[in-house]
Design a protein around this ligand. Structure first.
Ligand code: ZN
Ligand code: ZN
Length: 362
């Protein structure tokens, strides 16, 4: 990543606006597996929230506890799929930074995802394993790997077709249900500073937060704690080979002025935002997971996969003026995006770009 650590100060202008971090992302290739797809690995058109949460956990250095379980051991974080009434009503956030960050992600994180791709291709390949049972069933004995006078790969193998999206462009908004700028800035710095986080403390000190959340109440030790954490490189969204290029990362203010029309992009639109009006095919989009004996149990949000025809009259959304920022990184991203989308004669919604922020845990 070659992003400059962004040192801009930010003051919300509108009283009823909402602050958000906007990520403009390019991926040469991506595959977001449809759960349970096996020999034919279908991909979703957009990354599920769980994939983005994974990226955020990586840059923030949040790791599961060794062995089993979420970093924060309050009931809500350990068992986020529980119905609200069965949860511990007064969770005690731990004093460990790993736990505090995770707890605040569960508590505050809101995501909105839109994007498109130039083409889809299907790769035909072999998946191999070193399973002893499968080896013996194929080769007759654990010491043999010759079939038809030819030495073959040991273990088992299956042919697999994998759907791959090429030239992926994503617009991701990150919000905070507490509208906490300090929380958002921390995420932004974790992404932009490439793991070095040299002045995260001074930046956060100058940022006014909600004053209530765990991050606002962390007074010191943030820098040292974050430096201890190792992130996994390269940053990816999807499989480990689905590299991410952050074209622009910025604090933006979302407003209420709206318009209907086409964006030319796919959007996840949470069912709750559409007020009973259909908006596309309904998906269960994975978000956080809890570990249960090493198995991941995912929580889901029901979302429509919308193909970019936006009905602002019926649907609840925030709006981001993508055209207001003259930074070259934003302009070139939008130009490339427009060249990917077939807009016909209608103008694409860029000034009133819809942002369907949804809470990722309930
Ligand atoms: Zn917690
Ligand atoms: Zn806060």
């Amino acid at each position: 990543m070659s992003l400059e650590p962004c040192r801009e100060t930010f003051t919300p202008k509108e009283k009823d606006g909402k602050i958000s971090i906007r990520l403009l992302i390019y991926q040469p290739q991506a595959h977001w597996r449809v759960p349970f797809a096996y020999q034919r690995r279908h991909t979703l058109a957009l990354p599920p929230f769980s994939t983005i949460i994974g990226l955020l956990c990586n840059v923030l250095g949040i790791r599961n506890l060794h062995g089993d379980g979420a970093p924060c051991q309050c009931d809500r974080c350990r068992q986020i799929w529980l119905k609200p009434e069965t949860r511990d009503t007064k969770p005690k956030p731990a004093d460990d930074i790993n736990a505090v960050l995770y707890h605040e992600l569960v508590n505050q994180l809101e995501l909105s995802v839109a994007g498109t791709f130039a083409s889809k291709t299907t790769e035909y390949t072999w998946f191999r394993n070193l399973n002893a049972k499968q080896h013996t069933s194929r080769f007759g004995s654990p010491t043999n790997r010759i079939i038809d006078f030819t030495a073959e790969h040991p273990g088992g193998q299956i042919p697999v077709s994998i759907d791959i999206l090429n030239d992926v462009h994503l617009i991701i908004h990150i919000g905070s249900s507490a509208n906490c700028l300090r929380f958002l800035k921390l995420i932004k710095y974790a992404i932009c500073n490439d793991g070095r986080l040299e002045d995260v403390t001074s930046v956060l000190d100058k940022t006014e937060g909600c004053g209530q959340c765990g991050i606002c109440q962390m007074t010191d030790g943030l820098k040292q704690q974050l430096e201890k954490q190792e992130r996994l490189y390269p940053l990816h969204l999807g499989r480990a080979e689905d590299w991410v290029v952050f074209e622009d990362v910025r604090v933006v203010e979302l407003g209420n002025k709206k318009a209907s029309g086409r964006t030319g992009l796919f959007h996840w639109i949470p069912k709750t935002a559409t007020k009973g009006h259909g908006a596309g095919l309904l998906y269960r989009v994975a978000t956080f997971y809890s570990l249960n004996n090493g198995r991941r149990l995912f929580h889901f949000v029901n979302c429509f996969l919308n193909d970019g025809k936006i009905n602002s009259r019926h649907w609840a959304a925030w709006y981001d003026d993508l055209t207001s920022c003259k930074a070259p990184s934003v302009q070139t991203f939008l130009e490339r995006l427009d060249s990917l989308t077939t807009s016909n004669t209608r103008q694409l919604l860029r000034k009133f770009f819809p942002v369907f922020l949804t809470k990722t845990a309930f």
